[in-house]
Ligand binder design. Sequence first.
Ligand SMILES: [Fe+2]
Ligand SMILES: [Fe+2]
Length: 269
Amino acid sequence: MLEKDICYELLSAYAETDASLKAQITRQIAESLKSGTFNSLKHLAVPLRPGRPAQPELRPPKDMPRRRINSAPAGRIALIHAIAHIELNAIDLALDMILRFSNRQLPFDYVRDWMSVADDEARHFLMLNGRLQELDSFYGALPAHNGLWQAAEETAHDLLARLAITPLVLEARGLDITPQLIDKMKTIGDTKTADCFAIIMEDEIGHVRVGKNWFDYECGRLRQDPISAWQKAVNTYFHGSLKPPFNIEARDAARFSAAFYQPLATPTK
Ligand SMILES: [Fe+2]
Ligand SMILES: [Fe+2]
């Protein structure tokens, strides 16, 4: 079979600085992959950081303005903008998951799975940017926080740690928080934003599941016990705390059992 390598397309999406274009290119690559255009992944040197637009201005998390979420648009715009920024980072994280570890002899299904995640994240970004435009704003209009890529850089050398942290701590945290955001949007009568968040919630369960599957696969290859390997990676690379309450139902749906995270939960006061 003729080899058609996906790495150059992936690298162009990763390096793209225009956020909407990055999302569109990512969706096109995912579509081509599904239709059988690509069948191999070569290893290329990948820059430590993806391409990013000049706006939004990136600030340390502590310098981000806090806004009340209510029926006035300003607070909702700030919230949707913050989540759009997370989705943009999530596109690059999924692409990075493929490109960064392309020398690890992983099955091609690894590429298919993470490309499907990247496609979802691109769709989420475009959907939220569309919602911002309906509210007379756009992605880049507000500052955003610069801490999101930190976990990627710190785990760039270690696939097991990357899988432990980005899907199984950060995306899993999204499962805990998003239902409250959906309820809040419904309470203030913004059903359109509530619908966007509900789509994201459903898809993110799948992302945690993909992360967990490949985490288990990598533990198998390295002959490590998944629970203790995950806890060790979290203690080493995650600088926050695992805050209950957890959305155990959603985490269970992602086949991420409480035996992993419950022992590391910060005690509730
Ligand atoms: Fe997402
Ligand atoms: Fe995700």
